[in-house]
Design a protein around this ligand. Structure first.
Ligand SMILES: CC(=O)N[C@H]1[C@@H](OP(=O)(O)OP(=O)(O)OC[C@H]2O[C@@H](n3ccc(=O)[nH]c3=O)[C@H](O)[C@@H]2O)O[C@H](CO)[C@@H](O)[C@@H]1O[C@H](C)C(=O)N[C@@H](C)C(=O)N[C@H](CCC(=O)O)C(=O)O
Ligand SMILES: Nc1ncnc2c1ncn2[C@@H]1O[C@H](COP(=O)(O)OP(=O)(O)OP(=O)(O)O)[C@@H](O)[C@H]1O
Length: 514
């Protein structure tokens, strides 16, 4: 892979990003490296000066390591002697030049993208499960949990971000294509749009699952309007759009979709109980719960319109991942697979066996009821989870272990208190990625909104101990929910990822010790 300075200048001009350039060498000589991290420069490279914690010394280091050109929003003396491309927006420039450096790998992939406050990972796993049934060993995945770039175990990595930085995104897409992948299912966070990680990228199919207030605060979105605006960008950039008609802010989502997509390429889905508030839209697909037990969930997908019927995905489905919200996620995935050319004969077996690390994992503990480990970590997801369990087990005594992260998502704290008031009998408030905040202060903040007449609250800073106390104090008919971390293998403490064996491993160890 390579890119010349000449090509960079042309591309930046074409996108109206170039403010000025200083050329010190032959503009046709190709650069064979591209990075935003001075520690990764090797050989003649293009280096991007970006980020809140960027220091000019990184540019000196990049130059020493062989970088020949830098891209930045202002000139740096540390870059003297290098080619300089001064741009109006460095992260947009990075996305445009990154796509070109890796030779536009998205053109060789059928790309299905998901956004939504909740359900992105689940729907992405479901979609990949179906597509893999139709195209074995040809479906890549970029998810919060992992990135799958090829069929071999060494082509699978743990993710650091839900949606990677643009250079990493295009790098990984290129690897996926070179590994023979023909399809990519990816999660797109609102932060990815805010930070231009997917600037200029378009999708074959784009999904809008839902939106509830989250990710608002320092380092994330300044307010809900900004969060919504960034999430809407996904439907603007998709050739076919699928929208959960039950989402809050449906009107804005639908309007955004129609700015770039004709209504015949927009598909809407909803449960059979849902009544649209406007009569100028038609729901294309309905889904209806059949029955659920503690191991499987059965539902039917019903095509309503002609364009929905044409996909041939109607029928009865079964999931190994319970939770009524997962029927909605699964319906989305089935429609996505249908738009990729897969019909119900493949979709039905494809989705049945999918399990997702840290989502609705369940362990029955002798004499202590059932323990669920789940990644629910805001009001909306926790409500969906506790409501489902409350219904499924007919109002059991509910013990919930939960904490809230530091440095972000501050609104989650009040949200947890609200949902605990609605459903929990016992709350074990504990540590969850405190970052640079005091975990006890976070616990106090959650606790201040809990109604102590309804919920018996325990403060147990040590997460393992909190889980132990919850399980030990639960009876044979009780349910313990360990929420928030799912299959996260670490606790973020003062900038350090401290290893954590994962909630389910801890639950299992405690259960075996009883
Ligand atoms: C707020 C935010 O999104 N920040 C991301 C962003 O940081 P940044 O651009 O400000 O960069 P920085 O960390 O300040 O580093 C400065 C620059 O110096 C460079 N550097 C550093 C050291 C050195 O020796 N040499 C050098 O060149 C670094 O490579 C970097 O380019 O780029 C970094 C990668 O370069 C990301 O790791 C970082 O994600 C932070 C850790 C983060 O927590 N992001 C969250 C909010 C996020 O993105 N979440 C969403 C999911 C949200 C959801 O669940 O929906 C996601 O998509 O994951
Ligand atoms: N459609 C949904 N509506 C409400 N809650 C959901 C939905 N789907 C999943 N959840 C809940 O949210 C949790 C996280 O689900 P998932 O990982 O699929 O979402 P996500 O959008 O990828 O989340 P994040 O952006 O936080 O990584 C699940 O463990 C479950 O409790």
């Amino acid at each position: 892979m390579a890119l010349s300075l000449h090509a960079c200048i042309l591309l930046l001009k074409e996108h109206h990003l170039l403010k000025s350039s200083a050329v010190q060498s032959d503009i046709n000589v190709e650069m064979t490296g591209i990075t935003y991290d001075s520690r990764k420069v090797s050989g003649p490279s293009l280096f991007f000066c970006k980020g809140t914690h960027f220091r000019p010394i990184y540019l000196s280091m990049a130059k020493d390591n062989g970088a020949t050109t830098y891209v930045a929003e202002k000139p740096y003396v540390e870059g003297n002697g290098m080619n300089a491309l001064i741009v109006t927006n460095v992260t947009k420039a990075m996305a445009i030049l990154g796509a070109a450096f890796y030779d536009f790998p998205q053109d060789d992939l059928f790309v299905i993208a998901y956004t939504g406050t909740k359900g992105k990972t689940t729907a992405s796993y479901f979609t990949r499960g179906i597509l893999e049934e139709a195209h074995p060993k040809h479906v890549a995945l970029f998810s919060t949990i992992d990135r799958i770039l090829g069929p071999n175990p060494d082509q699978r990595f743990k993710s650091d971000l839900t949606t990677p930085e643009s250079l990493d995104l295009f790098h990984d897409m290129r690897e996926a294509v070179d590994n023979g992948m023909t399809h990519l299912v990816m999660e797109v966070s609102s932060q990815a749009y805010l930070r231009n990680r997917v600037f200029g990228l378009t999708y074959d199919v784009g999904f809008f699952l839902n939106i509830t207030p989250d990710h608002i605060g320092p380092n994330e979105h300044p307010n809900f309007e900004n969060y919504l605006h960034n999430k809407l960008q996904l439907v603007v950039n998709a050739r076919k759009v699928v929208i959960n008609a039950e989402t809050d802010h449906f009107d804005e989502v639908y309007a955004a979709a129609t700015t770039t997509t004709y209504p015949e390429s927009i598909y809407l889905f909803a449960s059979t109980d849902f009544k649209p508030t406007r009569d100028d839209i038609t729901i294309d697909f309905r889904f209806e719960s059949q029955e659920a037990d503690t191991a499987t969930s059965k539902f039917t997908v019903i095509p309503v319109t002609d364009k929905a019927a044409a996909l041939n995905i109607g029928g009865h489905y079964e999931l190994s991942l319970i939770g009524d919200f997962n029927e909605s996620n699964a319906t989305a995935a089935i429609i996505g697979a249908g738009l990729a050319g897969v019909d119900a004969r493949t979709a039905v077996p494809g989705i049945a066996k999918i399990k997702i690390p840290g989502r609705m994992e369940r362990l029955a503990v002798s004499e202590h009821g059932v323990v669920y480990v789940d990644y629910a970590h805001n009001y909306g997801s926790m409500k969906a989870l506790l409501h489902f369990i409350d219904n499924e087990y007919n109002h059991p005594r509910l013990l919930v272990v939960v904490g809230s992260p530091g440095d972000k998502g501050v609104s989650r704290r009040a949200g947890f208190a609200k949902v605990l008031n609605e459903y929990a009998d016992e709350a074990f408030l504990t540590t969850d990625d405190p970052g640079f905040e005091d975990p006890q202060a976070i616990i106090n903040e959650i606790d201040q909104d809990i109604d102590h007449d309804k919920v018996n609250v325990h403060h147990v800073l040590d997460r393992r101990e909190a889980i132990r106390q919850a399980i030990e104090s639960s009876g044979p008919n009780d349910i313990v929910v360990v929420a928030g971390k799912g299959a996260d293998p670490y606790q973020k403490v003062r900038g350090v990822d401290t290893p954590w064996p994962t909630d389910m491993v801890v639950v299992t160890e405690i259960a075996e010790s009883l």
